[in-house]
Design a protein around this ligand. Structure first.
Ligand code: C2E
Ligand code: CA
Ligand code: CA
Length: 573
């Protein structure tokens, strides 16, 4: 058999021949390559050939990439073929547009071979994964699923998730020019209903709510139950009256004598493209819902531009993180920590920085939570520790002395049972001692898994590491926790400082925390000191160790090391 026939088929669509040639070079070993020079040719081609993946230029004559993509996604036969758009950096907003149209990813020109290959590989791997999951669940879960599906329908008489998505898609696509919304509805504390009352009451609540929603949608739209207490509706935008729906559901809850703090919240996604997967539209409505939930007065929220940008940025972050680490886009900054009596810094905090070639600076508050969700934070942390160690080793060698710095440990690190050995090894490799590398652990990590943490922290301290409890006061069990949790230094959460100017109670709290810490013989660092007024107050209650923009911003390694030359011997703290 011809070896080529076994390779999957890749279609490269671009009106510029040289672009096609370059891309073909990247993939000729893995794929059989075919080319088209505009959208129309490409459509004809996919009609006739089993294409596995399409690389798509956006700006082309005759039929451009957007149009081609929209048509692919509109057609059941081609919808699942992954399309990766190739955009020029200057084409503003094109990324947003192609993602909305259902592209699997986008690549920016000019091409970097490694990046392009990795993108395609990732997309294909993701797809494979999804297929495998689908297959597995189809096989092993078939019976369970079927039963559940029947039960679901029997319970509420609404479409289940699959059917809702299918019906809603068909509904919107029959009149694609109209404006539609997807509404996601969810009860807060539904579990409580089941626990507090009984399953029957829970079921009754679901059934009555479903009947109400069915009634609202009847004749104008589609209602479904996605799972448990999660409902969705697909409605023409001009028929939606969300206040009425919320009120109606409140009435249902009240009529069953269920406490009033158990109630429905809604997220609304205004559909921009009816050919997008409905499951994704539901996800977006759910994102909006999450911003409303938990607030008392606001019962619903719309999916807005900010959320869309966040979603695209999150996609970008997930897509680019591994490559970014390999390509050296991460670096460290150091923010000195001062003793206000001496006016000198006695330590510093090492903070990660990501300079993304497209987005430029992405703040850690944006990417660290995403990395925490998918575990990548452990790799970034290790990178940061290593960079910190390199810097300390440089200090030792060049200046003959070391000012200790602290690094952040994310909670995920504690699930690695070799954590202590790993860090010990790291400092030994760099000729350092444990006191030089301080470890910051955020307060909320302690509440996560108390025993594991107590144990690990004790081992670190036994080796001679200083442990800092970060963001102290931001969590729940702060004060009591101090009894069982031996740490060396507390870093007071920045939010405490926000109000001290205007709020006497905020001042009283800070003052008492400072006294408490002193009484139990721990050290304290005040973080986020920005103003002279804050400094004066903190001085007046006896604080000495401070970190904040008033003294110094986080700075690149070179600037931080520069300060060494002019420094007197550090006072130990
Ligand atoms: P954090 O550990 O509480 O770090 C202190 C943050 O406060 C830093 O933000 C710092 O730039 C900022 N800051 C310092 N002084 C002031 C001030 O006077 N006013 C205000 N408003 N902010 C000030 P950054 O670098 O953006 O980091 C944010 C968070 O991201 C960190 O909070 C930490 O939780 C996380 N992070 C940063 N680097 C790493 C890392 O290497 N590993 C892990 N796991 N997390 C990191
Ligand atoms: Ca920190
Ligand atoms: Ca902090």
């Amino acid at each position: 058999m011809n070896e080529n026939l076994k390779k999957p088929l890749m279609l490269i669509v671009d009106d510029v021949e040289i672009n096609r040639v370059i891309l073909a070079q990247f993939f000729k070993d893995e794929y059989e390559i075919c080319e088209a020079s505009n959208g129309e040719e490409a459509l004809l081609f996919v009609e006739e050939h089993p294409v596995s993946v399409v690389l798509l230029d956006l700006v082309m004559p005759i039929m451009d990439g957007y149009e081609f993509l929209a048509r692919m996604k509109r057609d059941d036969r081609f919808r699942d073929i992954p399309v990766i758009a190739t955009t020029a950096r200057s084409e503003n907003d094109s990324e947003v547009r192609v993602m909305e149209l259902g592209a699997a990813d986008f690549i920016t020109k000019p091409y970097t071979p490694a990046v392009v290959r990795e993108r395609v590989r990732n997309v294909m791997a993701r797809l494979e994964n999804e297929w495998r999951k689908l297959e597995q669940s189809a096989q092993s879960q078939e019976i369970v699923d079927m039963r559940r599906r029947i039960e679901l329908d029997a319970l509420t008489n609404l479409y289940d998730r699959d059917n809702f998505c299918r019906k809603a898609a068909a509904f919107m696509q029959t009149d694609a020019a109209k404006k539609y919304v997807i509404v996601y509805l969810d009860l807060n504390y539904f579990k409580v209903v089941n626990d507090l009352f009984n399953v029957e009451t829970g079921n009754l609540l679901l059934r009555s709510s479903a009947a109400y929603l069915q009634n609202v949608a009847s004749g104008v739209g589609i209602a479904g139950r996605l799972e448990a207490d999660h409902f969705a509706m697909c409605m023409p935008a001009n028929t939606l009256n969300i206040d009425v729906i919320i009120q109606g559901l409140d009435n249902v809850v009240q009529s069953l004598n269920i406490p009033q703090n158990i109630r429905f919240y809604a997220g609304i996604y205004p559909v921009s493209n009816v050919f997008l997967a409905v499951a994704q539209m539901c996800d977006r409505a759910h994102t909006a819902l999450a911003t409303a939930k938990g607030r008392y007065t606001q019962r619903y929220a719309w999916y807005d531009d900010k959320m869309r940008e966040d979603e695209i940025e999150e996609h970008l972050i997930l897509r680019d993180m591994a490559g970014a680490l390999a390509e050296g886009q991460f670096s460290i900054n150091i923010q000195p920590i001062f003793n206000i009596d001496t006016g000198e810094d006695f330590s510093g905090e090492v903070l990660v920085r990501w300079y993304h070639p497209l987005k430029e600076f992405i703040p850690p508050a944006r990417f660290i939570p995403i990395f925490e969700k998918n575990g990548f934070v452990a790799r970034v942390d290790r990178f940061v520790w290593e960079e910190a160690c390199k810097m300390l080793a440089y200090e030792k060698e060049t200046f003959g002395r070391v000012i200790p710095v602290s690094v952040n440990l994310s909670r995920l690190n504690f699930y690695d049972e070799n954590l202590v050995e790993y860090i010990l090894d790291l400092i030994k490799q760099h000729g350092l001692e444990p006191w030089m590398l301080r470890l910051e652990i955020t307060e909320s990590a302690y509440t996560d898994n108390m025993h594991l943490l107590i144990d690990t922290v004790a081992r670190f301290r036994k080796e001679g590491f200083k442990i800092l409890m970060d963001d102290f006061g931001s969590g729940y069990s702060s004060l009591n926790m101090l009894r069982n949790m031996p740490v060396d230094i507390l870093k007071l959460d920045m939010r405490f400082l926000e109000d001290i100017q205007n709020d006497p109670r905020a001042r009283a709290i800070v003052k008492n925390v400072v006294n408490l810490v002193r009484d139990i013989d721990m050290d304290l660092i005040i973080e986020g000191v920005e103003t002279k007024e804050q400094l004066d107050f903190l001085k007046s209650i006896g604080c000495k160790n401070m970190q904040g923009f008033l003294f110094a911003h986080p700075m690149p390694k070179a600037d931080y090391l520069d300060r060494f030359v002019h420094k007197p011997e550090p006072v130990k703290a």
